[in-house]
Design a binder for this molecule. Structure first.
Ligand code: UD1
Ligand code: MG
Length: 420
């Protein structure tokens, strides 16, 4: 594979988000915006990823950890200045440099792959992504000469007359021959109106120098949607949620009512599992095959569900593992629990997992039967095939042995049951 390094521009203030959180750390479908961009950078084969950060840089740096090299842009002097800040890190590098914006969670790996392919095939100094949009306001317009070749990009603020009507816009995804990029960067002058150095000015410099510039037009303009406001955030969430649900349906998951089903980007679900309406499945949840989830279920991070499990209405499960064929069909809460196979969790069962200071674990063995309206005050352990009588309160630290019985408030524990 050829050399590829990626620079992600993420230093912008994100003023219009009106938030104390840096823009790129806002979440869309359970994942921060910048992580989507990182995923694309990794997926297309970047050997190194640099993220240019400014506003809230410590927080962004913390979140990225070792996944990328963070580079601080001391003053926000524009996209060309941001690239200049990265220049020192790419000293001696001669391969291609992919430039992405940190605020585009909807960008697809496939379109970037196609862009890189075209770039390499055409031997252009720069290939960038364009889209035709009904309302180009706010975007850089793609200027073409009489032969249809790209002659430059004119920013919205500077676009005058006919240029304002151009509907082909710069999405903000570029692949450069890195040496040409850094050389041309020296020629970029301050834009007097905006007091910024525009990366996009580089395109007309290339044109004037007689270099080949290529473009790839995406059919889906939402690809490049940059999140600038909370409204954009909601739009991105809606589009991504649709994409996620479509993917699950293609993989054989039944989604009864996509319009009321919320599944985050990192979730995995096996085929023939049915997700019923008004269900929320968050972050890293894993669900096996042939399960029935919902309606009105909320599965929170850290949940692992095996096959043929039923999680019914008005249920919440958090940081919990559930074995094959276990049933939890009506209004219950399980938190920090490890539940075996073939368990029945009766209606209204609650694990009281938080004692005011810390979270405690509940273990329920294979084939156990938890009667309706039981409260399990963690830490507790319910053995294999043990029974908790309806309405019992099993108090902190108790162990119900295998095949044992716990009944009452507080529950008395009998080690053997007479029948089962
Ligand atoms: C930019 C493009 C425009 C394109 C649009 C697509 C330029 C000059 N214009 O405009 O042609 O249509 O994106 O969305 O590039 N950033 C920094 N440091 C800075 C300034 C910006 O890192 O000093 C980052 C921002 O965090 C953002 C990206 O660069 O991720 C783009 O900057 P932004 O200010 O959003 O540029 P636009 O005006 O949207
Ligand atoms: Mg922008």
């Amino acid at each position: 594979m050829q050399n590829l390094r990626t620079i992600i521009l993420a230093a912008g203030k994100g003023t219009r988000m009106k938030s104390d959180t840096p823009k790129v750390l806002h979440e869309v479908c359970g994942k921060s915006i910048i992580e989507y961009v990182l995923d694309v950078a990794r997926a297309v084969g970047s050997l190194k990823i640099y993220v240019v950060v400014g506003h809230g840089s410590a927080l962004v740096k913390d979140r990225l950890g070792r996944e990328a090299v963070t580079i601080r842009q001391p003053r926000l002097l524009g996209t060309a200045d941001a690239i200049r800040c990265a220049q020192g890190f790419l000293k001696g590098y001669r391969g291609d440099a992919l430039v992405l914006c940190g605020d585009t969670p909807l960008l697809n790996k496939s379109v970037v792959e196609e862009l890189i392919r075209r770039h390499r095939k055409s031997k252009a100094v720069c290939t960038f992504l364009t889209a035709v949009v009904p309302n180009p306001q706010g975007y850089g317009r793609v200027i073409r000469d009489e032969n249809g070749a790209v002659a430059g990009i004119r920013e919205d603020k500077d676009a005058a007359g006919d240029q304002r009507d151009i509907t082909e816009i710069n999405v903000g995804v570029y692949c450069f021959q890195s040496r040409a990029l850094f050389k041309a960067l020296q020629g970029v002058r301050l834009n007097k109106k905006k007091k910024e150095f525009y990366l996009t000015d580089i395109i007309s410099l290339f044109y004037e120098g007689g270099f080949v510039i290529e473009t790839l037009r995406t059919e889906d303009p939402s690809e490049g949607l940059g999140v600038n406001t909370k409204e954009d955030l909601a739009v991105a969430e809606r589009i991504l949620r649709k994409r996620i649900l479509k993917r699950f349906m293609e993989e054989g998951v039944t989604i009864q009512d996509p319009s009321t089903t919320y599944i985050d980007a990192g979730v995995r679900i096996g085929k023939d599992t049915c997700i019923r309406p008004f269900t929320f499945i968050e972050q890293d949840v894993r669900i096996g095959s042939r399960c029935k989830i919902g309606p009105f279920a909320r599965l929170r991070p850290g949940v692992r569900i095996r096959n043929d499990v039923e999680i019914g209405n008005f249920t919440e499960v958090s940081r919990t593992q559930i074995g094959n064929r276990t049933l939890m069909k009506h209004f219950s809460f399980l938190g920090d629990a490890t539940v075996g196979a073939g368990v029945n969790i009766g209606a209204g069962t609650i694990t009281a997992n938080f004692d005011g200071k810390q979270k405690n674990a509940t273990t329920i063995g294979n084939g156990a039967f938890i009667g309706s309206d039981s409260i399990l005050i963690a830490p507790v352990k319910i053995g294999n095939k043990a029974v908790v009588g309806a309405g019992s309160v099993v108090t902190k630290g108790k162990v119900v042995p295998d095949g044992g019985l716990a009944v009452g408030v507080p529950a008395r524990i009998q080690s053997r049951r007479n029948q089962r």
